[in-house]
Design a protein around this ligand. Structure first.
Ligand SMILES: [Zn+2]
Length: 293
């Protein structure tokens, strides 16, 4: 930390402590605004705080730990922002709430546009591979660029650990592949290999496309992985697929479809596994979805 930065930080902190001292003795209905310059480089917290408008001390604290801290140290080291009493003067001269909202809006739109590009590329590929008799894999980065592809593999895991580490290094965002129709299963959900690979290599989104549906697997924020060792996760996932294969007949609805010969046993296993994945997604904080394609 340079000398000037230290001086700036301590001056800003001093001015903040004047405000917090004042808050202590002030009536609780007084409001404050987060003031200071705002531009594209302003850190996300400061943009957010500046966009809030006038808040009482209680409202600021309600917004969470980062906000409570900001009363003392703003958005962190080198922060030029500060909570000040929301007088007309201060608001008109130093509060950049409108600009902050505009910049946040632009950032959100840019992210959305990137996502739109990514998913339009992914869907285009999925539509082109969904009827293939062999599996193909495509990995995309955030910008919708293909960073890895493997076509025509017969088995589920058609790539090496090296391929996967490489994908990770190149910022894989979505890994999609097709599940060819076998034993009349037109839309086969994920295999054990699919799910375990997504979890082991932290692939944000795994997709499997069948004849007219796509299955989507994401690890949510509270995913089980946080608390478990890989060996334990592996066992949990294996249990799900073992149960799907071994105990599908315990599901009354599926069993009656099977008995009336509307579905074969492979279709029954697929239906039950789909059900189990749905149930376990809730339990483990995964996102498991399916969409028509
Ligand atoms: Zn698969």
């Amino acid at each position: 930390m340079g000398f000037n930065q230290k001086i700036n930080d301590s001056m800003n902190n001093m001015s903040r402590s004047v405000t917090t001292q004042m808050m202590k003795d002030a009536p609780p209905d007084l409001t404050y605004v987060y003031i200071g310059p705002v531009d594209e480089k302003t850190r996300p917290f400061c943009l957010d705080a500046a966009s809030q408008g006038a808040l009482t001390e209680a409202q600021i604290l309600e917004l969470g730990g980062e906000y409570a801290e900001s009363l003392v140290s703003g958005g962190g080291i080198n922060c030029r922002h500060n909570w000040e009493l929301a007088s007309d003067d201060i608001q008109s001269q130093f509060h950049r709430g409108g600009e902050a909202q505009k910049i946040i809006g632009e950032k959100v739109n840019k992210l959305k546009a990137k996502k739109d590009i990514l998913y339009s590329e992914v869907l285009l590929t999925e539509k082109s591979i969904r009827n293939n008799k062999k599996e193909s894999f495509f990995a995309y980065d955030k910008d919708g660029k293909v960073i890895f592809q493997k076509k025509g593999t017969e088995s589920h895991v058609g790539f090496t650990n090296f391929d996967l580490l490489d994908m990770k290094a190149n910022g894989v965002e979505v890994l999609t592949h097709n599940h060819p129709t076998i034993f009349k299963v037109k839309n086969a959900t994920f295999s054990y290999q699919d799910i375990s690979l997504a979890m082991k290599y932290d692939i944000p989104e795994m997709r499997a496309v069948g004849k007219d549906r796509v299955y989507i697997f994401r690890q949510g924020k509270d995913a089980v992985k946080g608390g478990l060792k890989w060996k334990e996760i592996e066992k949990e996932i294996l249990n799900i697929f073992d149960e799907g294969e071994g105990f599908w007949y315990t599901d009354k609805a599926i069993n009656s479809l099977y008995k009336s010969k509307k579905i074969n046993d492979y279709q029954a296993i697929n239906m039950y596994t789909d059900k189990l994945l749905k149930q376990n997604a809730k339990k483990y904080g995964w996102i498991y979805e399916t969409e028509p394609i």
